[in-house]
Design a protein around this ligand. Structure first.
Ligand SMILES: NC(=O)c1ccc[n+]([C@@H]2O[C@H](COP(=O)([O-])OP(=O)(O)OC[C@H]3O[C@@H](n4cnc5c(N)ncnc54)[C@H](OP(=O)(O)O)[C@@H]3O)[C@@H](O)[C@H]2O)c1
Length: 328
């Protein structure tokens, strides 16, 4: 008899959760049953999914009693910290989009194009990396395998959707002062060098996430990494300038061909025709778009890349569902 899998979507009413529903509809995985959860606030919300009307239910401690095989959590760190261990204790494998478990050494942090083998040692929870880290490591992995990365300098241009529904609202309503819902300053007409909270060392938590998660996913604790993460007035899709220093020298043509032939990457690099990755083109796609591929002449064995991806899809929902596909 064919097994039917039960999948819980936690945070189904949010930006990532709704996108997960869309991606699941596109994939139409065989033999799956679904249940949708949110907080008390939106309990009862009707969501059209798989040609049916689903009603999102309030997530409770008892929600996992009925037995789920898998759960995709997109409901923030506090919700994950409380409910993911409960779900896991009842035999459910949780794929969590928050930062709650990413650096836990007992939890694999997975990007399927990079370290798919890590799903196998999960103990009931698998973490989905930060959106800005996911799109960076997809092109970094084949380059690291071939040329061995010594140092990375990240400069990000991150979309408002990365801050959830309220982030988009601040952009489209051109909010200022007391009407701001998410950001500390107006995002319309501004770039804010401030994502997540500031730490004692002057870096933001988002910058620390990029540094630590890159090392964990690539399995290279020795890489020197620095990052500046910036919120920009773009609705969706993060852009990243990535400067990489390698141990070994490279021929630029070989790098371009390597990236063209690596999974999950689309190279868009024809500057004579003004072709390079754009947020408006990456929107709605699961691939990572790479362009402006050029040597950094100021340093030996160094390369510059411009990398754009849909932070809600590849940066969260689609990556989580790719992990689910690996599990089944
Ligand atoms: N946006 C991105 O680019 C991105 C990328 C990677 C990872 N993430 C992570 O994904 C998660 C969701 O982000 P988002 O952008 O989708 O945020 P969002 O639009 O604000 O949605 C948050 C979701 O979480 C639900 N929720 C909140 N508290 C809950 C609780 N106690 N129990 C059950 N559900 C609860 C909300 O339900 P209600 O409707 O009831 O409030 C809503 O469905 C966050 O952990 C975020 O860090 C986001």
């Amino acid at each position: 008899m064919t097994k039917t899998y039960k999948l819980a979507i936690v945070g189904a009413t949010g930006l990532v959760g709704r996108t997960a529903l869309k991606v699941l509809e596109e994939k139409n995985l065989p033999n799956f049953e679904y249940k949708l959860f949110c907080s008390k606030k939106s309990a009862g919300t009707k969501l059209r999914f798989m040609g049916k009307e689903y009603i999102a239910e309030e997530l409770k401690d008892s929600s996992f009693d009925e037995g789920f095989d898998f759960a995709i959590f997109s409901a923030g760190g506090e919700t994950a910290k409380h409910f993911a261990p409960i779900a896991a204790s009842k035999g459910c494998i949780v794929i969590d989009n928050s930062s709650a478990f990413r650096m836990d050494e007992n939890v694999p942090l997975v990007v399927p194009e990079v370290n798919p083998e890590d799903v196998s040692w999960n103990k009931g929870i698998i973490a989905n990396p930060n959106c800005s880290t996911i799109q960076a490591v997809v092109p970094l992995k084949p380059l690291d395998d071939k040329y061995k990365i010594k140092r990375i300098v990240y400069s990000t241009y991150q979309a408002c959707s990365g801050a959830g529904r309220k982030g988009i609202e601040d952009l489209i309503t051109k909010a200022t002062g007391n009407s701001l819902k998410k950001f500390p300053h107006p995002i319309y007409n501004n770039c804010l060098p401030h994502i997540d909270v500031f730490e004692e060392d002057g870096y933001t938590k988002e910058e620390h996430k990029m540094i630590n998660e890159t090392r964990k996913i690539l399995g290279r604790q020795d890489i020197r990494i620095t990052a500046t993460t910036v919120r920009v007035p773009v609705e969706n899709c993060h852009g990243e300038s990535i400067n990489i220093e390698f141990e070994n020298d490279f021929v630029l043509e070989d790098v371009i061909n390597l990236l063209k032939n690596s999974p999950g990457i689309i190279v868009e690099d024809d500057v004579s025709n003004n072709i390079y990755p754009l947020a408006t083109n990456a929107n709605g796609h699961d691939e990572v778009f790479v362009g402006r591929i050029r040597k950094d002449f100021s340093n030996p064995n160094s390369l510059n890349l411009w990398v754009v991806a849909d932070n809600i899809r590849k940066g969260a929902a689609s990556n989580a569902i790719q992990i689910l596909e690996k599990l089944i």
